[in-house]
Design a protein around this ligand. Sequence first.
Ligand code: SDX
Length: 430
Amino acid sequence: MPISDSKVTLSFSDGTPSLKFPIYKGTIGPDVIDIQNFYKISGKFTYDPGFMSTASCNSAITYIDGNIGELLYRGYPIEQLATKCNFMEICYLLLYGELPNKMQNDKFIQAIAEHTMVDKKIFAFLNGFSRNAHPMAILTSLVSALPTFYEDSLYIHDPYYREISAIRIIAKLPTLIAMIYKFNLGQPFIYPSNNLKYCDNFIYMMFSNLHKKYKTNKIITKALDRILILHADHEQNASTSTVRLVGSSGANPFSCIAAGIACLWGPLHGGANEAVLNMLKKIDKTENISKFIKKIKNKSSNIKLMGFGHRIYKNYDPRAKIIRNICYKVLNELDLLNKSLFKLATKLEKIALEDDYFVSRKLYPNVDFYSGIIQQALGIPVSMFTCIFAMARSAGWVAQWNEMISDPNKKIGRPRQLFVGSKKRSINCK
Ligand code: SDX
């Protein structure tokens, strides 16, 4: 990592001698101050709950500039990737660092197709859940069980097995998610058809049944493919940081991904797309918007405008712009444009973007604001929205996990704390 010639000097007001720390420069983006020895030489910890100003690692996968609303996967702008590539090419790019040529692409797609099946015993797991169990709870459990079927996922220091685990994760998530959907419906599972493309295969498994093969619709599969591209990776967000932290202990990749899925489910993170739909349904009519906004401004209500705000994007989330256009196009092509939900969402967005409460806090629509509306238009049930997010993000998670495990300087993640509890005391003799 290039060390910049400037250092940072930390001086203390209590006369403690000042300390110097090296500064590292990335290819683009903010420099970092290397404080790995800070505790050793100062006897103090730094303090950064929520990691607002902390770089947890170095990575070459995704770069975000929140001020200008820029998102790059391996250097390519998301706007170009979302229009010129498909999700399989993005998975390859995130994993291997370059877009695939025809031969690499065909080989990768073939490898994914050969690993879409899951062991029949997984079906038995499903019967342990209540029929209306939340799909994200079931998905977390099923992915947690995968190491029991693929013992070689434990050989994390062998690049061959790391690659096969990555392929299995990307290939099996659609099958597991479609199985969960069928389980919730009480319908028989539909096995993957390996001569279909990735998104066509997923829609086929979701919406076919034993007596009628679902005829995939180009509009739906193209829109789903672009939703997966937009959600594929996003630097060190909460779920990716979870995957890295679990992976830093040497856990197998399936267990790391299961932990990432559990984190993604939270409504402040990937669960926001489901929360946006529920919020729009609760607002119901445009005339109710101002009353709802008033509630948000009253802190004690603890209500947030779901799909708005972002830790990094203090300008528009570039993905929100793209997904809003896809949403408009899909609703138009599916002749759902008079869909009150979309009208309500665009009206809510307009009002919020003119309201100083949101503008002063730099709260703009994020990727989750419109993704739920499209998914509902594609026929995907609200409770499955975050599973779709997990399907997409599995590519980023496994690429980030692989990057961390391949790093010769990796260390187990073990933050410290500011202790504010009771001083040492003895139990009074009873
Ligand atoms: C994703 O990190 C990633 O990259 C995530 C993600 C990815 O691809 O992995 O982009 C995916 O998770 C997108 C975010 C989806 N979540 C939501 O839409 C939920 C609603 N948004 C918020 O909960 C919030 O904006 C967060 C969690 C997204 C960001 O929180 P921060 O950066 O910790 O901001 P904050 O909570 O410190 O808020 C700053 C101020 C506060 O007000 P004050 O105390 O200054 O008065 O803004 C307010 C907050 O109350 N605020 C909101 C708000 N978000 C922040 N007020 C109302 N509605 C909101 N949505």
